[in-house]
Design a protein around this ligand. Sequence first.
Ligand code: GDP
Ligand code: MG
Ligand code: ZN
Length: 298
Amino acid sequence: MGRYAEPEFAPWDGRRVPLTFLGGYLGAGKTTLLNRLLERTERRIAVMVNDVGEINVDERLVRRRSSNSVELTGGCVCCSLADGFGAAFDALRARPEPPDQVVIELSGLAEPERLRPWGRSAGFRLDGVIVLADLTSIADQLETPGLGAAISGQLRSADVVVATKADLLDADAVAAGRARITEELVGPVPVLDGLDPVAVAGLLELGGRDPRGETVVPPGSLFDAHSVTHVEPGPLDEAGVRALLAEHGDRLVRAKGIVDAPDGGRLLVQQVGRRVEVEPVPAAEWSQATGLVLISLG
Ligand SMILES: Nc1nc2c(ncn2[C@@H]2O[C@H](COP(=O)(O)OP(=O)(O)O)[C@@H](O)[C@H]2O)c(=O)[nH]1
Ligand SMILES: [Mg+2]
Ligand SMILES: [Zn+2]
């Protein structure tokens, strides 16, 4: 927590603003869920988005839905960017009017348990730690050496787990993925279906359930197990994007960004594990390519 750990003092404008952490490994679906939450609420939500790459693609994807977003870029808020996180809290508190709620999308490498103490910082109360798990890959991730223990730690830090991408699997595979998640959890933590609008609608009002009491801040490891690079290729079509990603081999676990297309358009690139999505986006909305953030294991 460094020098931003602070004792409680007067609540912000007479209230304590609920704080929600959205965690889960790279590509689990955090930004997608966040956008869905923002679409469905009338509340004034301040959003912080932490991206370990030096460009913050997610913050831009979120900014389209919320005028109230702060980007935290180039590190992970639970370790390498802890000071920047403290400064972002200070900036929020300096606003004349508090938002109704603050939602923070953590980097995929953050270990939410390390961030729980922020829920007790001045002016806030922890509403909940939501951790997403990608049903298509959680079982493999939990088996991956150097990764499994940290992914398990992310799941165990959850007040609520949201299982994502059930639409890509048949019913048996969904059940198997959910069983694998439950096996990892300690105690009766709900596992919600990310595609169920009713379940998702309740996620911003968990009500500060924190059954564990005192937080033990565990040592970090997930951030150090990954390397992050940023490439700015020239114009590429979809095949070119796929070839570039393939060159980086099996250790590439996540890639995202906007590249120029040869026809003057822009392409949004999303890779999670072996799944690659390349989709044209309006050049008017994305006036400049961002290049690609590439995150590799090891
Ligand atoms: N089919 C499917 N794709 C999803 C779902 N949730 C997220 N994705 C896709 O997974 C990729 C990563 O999602 P994103 O929200 O950026 O994950 P983050 O890295 O955790 O923020 C994107 O291409 C999303 O469109 C889902 O429920 N179903
Ligand atoms: Mg994201
Ligand atoms: Zn971290």
